[in-house]
Design a protein around this ligand. Structure first.
Ligand SMILES: Cc1cc2nc3c(=O)[nH]c(=O)nc-3n(C[C@H](O)[C@H](O)[C@H](O)COP(=O)(O)OP(=O)(O)OC[C@H]3O[C@@H](n4cnc5c(N)ncnc54)[C@H](O)[C@@H]3O)c2cc1C
Length: 381
């Protein structure tokens, strides 16, 4: 079925992104995988071609356009090149609402130009060694002392953890107050007592810097609190999580589509028993099933993008998109790997890298099980 999500301006933007990736990313990504990190200069170059912060007002260097279709274009193009190290979608899709919607005018002036220009790389630090799904179980504290908060604690699994300049840290400002005792503080690179731990060794996404962060009596100015008052952090996170989950779903469908197309081509050229493997009924049936499911997923996700743009995407809609598309992604890529035979297990074939890169998708941004909890709770049990 024809995809009717995008307009001409998105198609033009897609060309810009494609050209940028071909020039600045694809030739270098294998090296970045060895390095375990993407160089900061790439962020600046991406900022120069307008890849960050569409929703950032023009006065702060953005495009002033709130349209998630642009975000989707970037994610789809990045995924189709296999550039799993770029933390752009986290910056654009996940972090932008914190800085554009929650920041006050003084904070916007301080941070948004760098955000849009790719000079200030962002991260969100929710997860801790003892608490991931259970956000209210975090232990990092922020104690108000005059015009500062003193932050102590530890975070782990933080995307852009090494490269980030601005970290939205989820802290407890009132440990007795449950969800109402959580606040978001922007911890900045160079603040005394803020250190990075290991750039974690993962099974996939080797060029992505996923790191530990440590806060040891970090004095964060009260002026770095996001939102008008403390105690709002949990609700601010809940408000932004649907967009984060939709972002992951967009990537899931794009990855599944990319691998499926490549596998269909592979099945046309590979021969066994004197025939190409696509001529076996099993191959055609597997591909037919996957193609059907991916197309259905595509239309649901496109509808979610429209709903987000209209301000109507619910937490339940996004949870459905997140769990179903990411489980589909891992299934599609696994089946496609099988159709590659032994070559599917070789890193020189993109399906192998897609397989290891995809595994995390059902985990971060809220696990499949937590997504089902969100949906299940909506029945009113
Ligand atoms: C590569 C990577 C990047 C990440 N990036 C970030 C980031 O940028 N910022 C950040 O804050 N975090 C990040 N994370 C952390 C990620 O969000 C968490 O790993 C995830 O939310 C799961 O939390 P956990 O690891 O503590 O698992 P746990 O919460 O310990 O869960 C373990 C298992 O128990 C299940 N489980 C837990 N609670 C329930 C329940 N109520 N019902 C049923 N099953 C349940 C889970 O589904 C899972 O299967 C990242 C993780 C990875 C691997």
């Amino acid at each position: 079925m024809q995809r009717d999500l995008f307009e001409e301006e998105h198609r033009l933007f897609r060309e810009t992104v494609r050209e940028f990736l071909a020039r600045e990313v694809t030739p270098h990504h294998a090296q970045w995988e060895k390095d375990g990190i993407v160089p900061r200069e790439v962020w600046k170059k991406a900022g120069e071609v307008g890849m960050f912060g569409f929703g950032v007002p023009e006065e702060f260097g953005g495009a002033g356009i709130t349209d998630f279709r642009y975000n989707a274009v970037i994610s789809e193009e990045v995924i189709s090149t296999g550039a799993s190290g770029l933390g752009f979608s986290l910056h654009n899709d996940v972090m932008a609402p914190y800085f554009v919607d929650l920041a006050n005018d003084e904070q916007k002036a301080r941070w948004l130009p760098g955000f849009a220009g790719g000079e200030l790389i962002t991260a969100v630090a929710m997860s801790e060694p003892g608490a991931g799904s259970d956000l209210q179980g975090i232990r990092t504290t922020a104690v108000r002392e005059g015009d500062h908060y003193v932050v102590n604690g530890q975070k782990t699994f933080i995307t852009n953890g090494i490269n980030s300049d601005l970290v939205v840290a989820v802290t407890k400002t009132d440990p007795e107050a449950g969800a109402r005792g959580i606040s978001l503080l922007v911890v900045e690179r160079g603040m005394e007592g803020f250190t990075r731990g290991r750039n974690l060794e993962k099974i996939g996404m080797h060029a992505q810097d996923t790191a530990e962060l440590f806060f040891d009596n970090v004095r964060v100015p009260a002026a770095n609190l996001l939102g008008p008052q403390e105690g709002q952090g949990f609700f601010q996170l809940m408000a932004n999580l649907p967009q984060e989950r939709l972002s992951i779903a967009v990537m899931a469908v794009a990855a599944a589509e990319t691998v499926l197309r490549a596998t269909i081509e592979y099945c046309k050229s590979r021969t066994a028993f004197g025939r190409n493997i696509g001529s076996f009924q099993n191959t055609r049936f597997v591909l037919a099933e996957l193609d059907t499911e991916v197309e259905i997923a595509r239309h649901y996700v496109d509808k979610c993008i429209r709903a987000l743009n209209a301000g109507e995407l619910t937490a339940v809609d996004a949870a459905k998109a997140k769990w179903w598309t990411t489980e589909l992604q891992t299934k599609v890529i696994d089946r496609c790997l099988q159709l590659h035979g032994g070559y599917g297990y070789m890193m020189e074939y993109p399906v192998a890298k897609a397989w290891i890169d995809s595994r995390v998708q059902t985990i971060y941004g809220g696990t499949t099980e937590i997504m089902k909890e969100i949906i299940g709770r909506s029945f009113g049990f």
